[in-house]
Structures are given as C-alpha cells and as structure tokens.
Design a binder for this molecule. Sequence first.
Ligand code: 5GP
Length: 126
Amino acid sequence: MAYDPDNIFARILRGEIPCKRVFEDDFALAFHDINPLAPVHVLVIPKGPYVSNADFAANAPDGLVLGFWRAVGKVANQLGLDPEGYRIVSNHGPNGGQLVFHFHVHLFGGRTMGHRMGNMPRSTDT
Ligand code: 5GP
C-alpha cells in the first residue's frame, strides 16, 4: 500500500488538525488518542511517511528507528507509567485492525489490563 500523505496522522504532524500533544522531538510526536481505551491512551508516531510497522522497519533510516523507539520509552517515562507498567500495541493491516495508515504505537496505562494476547484492551477490561 502506498503512503497517503493526507492520512489523519500526517495532517496532525503538519499541524493541520489539532491534537493533545504529550511529547515531541526530532523523531516522533506523541498525543492522546481521541477515543481512549484506558486512563492513559497515547499514540506515538514517527516523523516520516511510513504506512505500518512493516514499512517502518524495512525502510526507515536507522537513526529514525532508534529515535522513534527511544521516544516511545521517553513518553512512557514522562507519563509516569514505568513503575506500574503499561502496554504497547501496533496494529498492522486488515487482520491487525489498523485504521490509520501512518505507522503508530498505542501506549496504554493507568489500569491493569487483562492478559489477552492479540487483543486491544477494551474499556470494559478489569
Ligand atoms: P489503529 O489504526 O491502530 O487501529 O488505531 C487508530 C487510532 O487513532 C484509534 O485508536 C483512533 O481512536 C485514533 N484516532 C483516529 N483519528 C484520530 C484523531 O483525529 N485524533 C486522535 N488523537 N486520534 C485519532
């Protein structure tokens, strides 16, 4: 799939659509998900045109991959999630339930999530 430069996260990156920003550096932008599934639900996106994790892992320059993953760690730390723990999810393609085709990582925290492999946390999880 070709990268669509007008996808919603590309537009957020360009400042055309507002977001509740929590972190930004040269490599990544992090902001609150518009439909949170946990007390903390933040999206971290790289500053580059990558459709999915597969595209990002294969085609992004080493420095961006490194900087992006360091940013994910910084965001979790900045949000105070490290001691209690958190969950990282990235959906890829139709089977993964990906809706926005700019690579992103979901960062969930603030409550205990059920240990259900392969599922996004749900608002009804205890
Ligand atoms: P995925 O592509 O991994 O399935 O999820 C896309 C995520 O983006 C969803 O959790 C959805 O709530 C979130 N989302 C979609 N549009 C917007 C938006 O305009 N702003 C923000 N902050 N989040 C969005």
